[in-house]
Design a protein around this ligand. Sequence first.
Ligand code: HDE
Length: 695
Amino acid sequence: MTDLTYETERGEGGELHQRHPAKAPHGPEGHLTTNQGIRVSDNQNQLKTGPRGPVALEDFVLREKIFHFDHERIPERIVHARGSAAHGFFENYESLSDLTKADLFQRAGERTPLFTRFSTVAGGAGSVDTPRDVRGFAVKFYTKEGNWDLVGNNIPVFFIQDAIKFPDLVHSVKMEADRGFPQAATAHDTFWDFVSLMPESTHMLLWIMSDRTIPRNFRTIQGFGVHTFRFVNAKGRSTFVKFHWKPKQGLASTIWDEAVKIAGADPDFQRRDLFEAIEHGDFPEWELGVQTFDEKFAESLPYDVLDATKIIPEEILPVRPIGRMVLDRYPDNFFAETEQVAFCPANVPPGVDFTNDPLLQGRLFSYLDTQKSRLGTANFHQLPINAPKCPVMNFQRDGQMQMAIPKGRANYEPNGLAENGEDSGPRECPATGFRTFPAPEQGDMLRVRPESFADHYSQARLFYRSLDPAEQAHVASAFAFELSKVAIEAVRERVLANLGNVDPDLAGRVANGLNIACPKPSPTAAPVLDLELSPALRIIRGALDLDTLKGRTVGVLIVDGSDGAILDRVVADVEKAGGRAFIVSPRVGGVKLADGSVRKADGQLAGSPSVLFDAAALVLSAEGCAALTKEAAAVQFVMDAFGHLKAIGFTPEAKPLLDKAGVELDEGVVALDRNFVKAAGKRYWDREAKVRMLA
Ligand code: HDE
């Protein structure tokens, strides 16, 4: 055991000194210093006038330390405050030079370093990881021709069509202005009041009431650029493009009851998951895909590609995979990297360009602006996490926290200093510099919404009707839950009237879930169309719903008397399948196995409920099981694993615990033999009707 307790010694005058033993490496690099590089002799005691006397103002060591601490926090992001990030790379599959001149897409196999931050939207920086909320999916590519920030979400549409509504939207969703709650939740009056008056939000509401907003973790979300962007090739030809990230880990969500319980059991669940996955070498990976199209295709659609409340279903326009992103390094320092990273959709390299999407246009202003108030200086781009990994040369100078020391007199352009033998600085480059695509524009200056943005319901209907029945039931139940938290009755009615345009069955189920009458559908500005359904939108039983244990965790419950051989086999099988086994026992010091040996646990039962795992294994002895039937945490462990549709593997001795938890045997409740691993990667949707009353 290391002894890090205080050592005491007497000084020359007999005074008492307390210090920690010097454990740091000796030599200059091991010495504690002030920010001015002055070595510190004592980091435990302030400078006092006499042992019991007043503290001296001249104690610069104390003052500097407290001063710096006082200013450690910076304003959190107004939205997306809570996030986690990782470093990695993008690897390009093949040259896309026909579509874009963007340097990172020119050569097959080329890797571009990147930094990706995932986030929730509504909650503060200290809120929990698993509220029902959109997840941000922001990627900073450090390309050879400058930074490209693809600042997307895990949902392909947005609430509003025009940036001028963003402050209203965000005010409505954040904590209510007078009472300061609820934190990180849409389930309250002001949010539903606002969206009920904004029918354009209906499509997004369907997505946020779906299981997409209660993802299992960051590794199992999809990402979308949302807006239509442009690719521009070397010949100056523009192609419209929509960006998609598809998780190689599969798409996976929690059950609402599970998400709520995870919030209590581990508020950092998704952050920890990202950290641990990378630490264990399970590097999360996504495929970047594009939907590309021209003006003619855009005009053939019954909706506008500039409207961020619309998708182009993959069945109509397939997603072409163009490369992969691997996240293989967790940041060294959360503040310096994850907190200080500054994304901006306006950061695009030559070959990527914008469209007139009015939401995108507003974003092009907002992000640079917000960084100044968050990071405090116009020089935030010099922070290591934000700095491009290519040369940055211009005549911008000075400002707070200027890190660069430019040489010479050339801080303006044009200048003729070269003729005087001096460095004249950089010059514009018409051949390789960024040129905006010369889209022809004309029209009257108006504050209007285009006619082509008027249909607010057809795609909401398309989304709802494309889902698996279990997902539809979750959507209806989520609406019923959220609206039950809304106290203003007129708001509930307005939402139901809007839902009536999406699908009468949905509106009826929600009304039934609330036990109120379903009002007539609200008037619509455009006819609601029955668009062709898109099964690609499903999570459950969809293309990205993978039955796998790879990168997933099985919680293995053990007690005194458990059979060590079975335990070892289960652990080995799980690991062989690419998963992790997390041993849970009533006491973290472990248990005495049947053969008398001691097996340590990774977590204590009370702090390791089954919501934290993807499947459960019960390696119990008869006596141990009898004791666990009297332990609520153990009964809950099993009950929740069953209720959250997870596989449960069990030794015969564990049966009494299953019975106590009300578990009925089905194809997901299996003996702990070789078949368990196969069963453990799945969720058992057929169990839903037995465990939940859904709307
Ligand atoms: Fe953002 N958004 N946003 N947003 N957004 C911010 O920038 C904004 C929108 C998104 O991990 C802010 O640095 C406006 C859509 C992500 O650091 C701010 C509008 C999408 C992140 C801002 C939108 C996003 C942000 C707050 C409507 C998906 C977190 C802090 C016009 C395509 C990035 C910051 C990170 C962050 C403004 C709408 C994604 C205030 C005005 C649509 C992932 O600038």
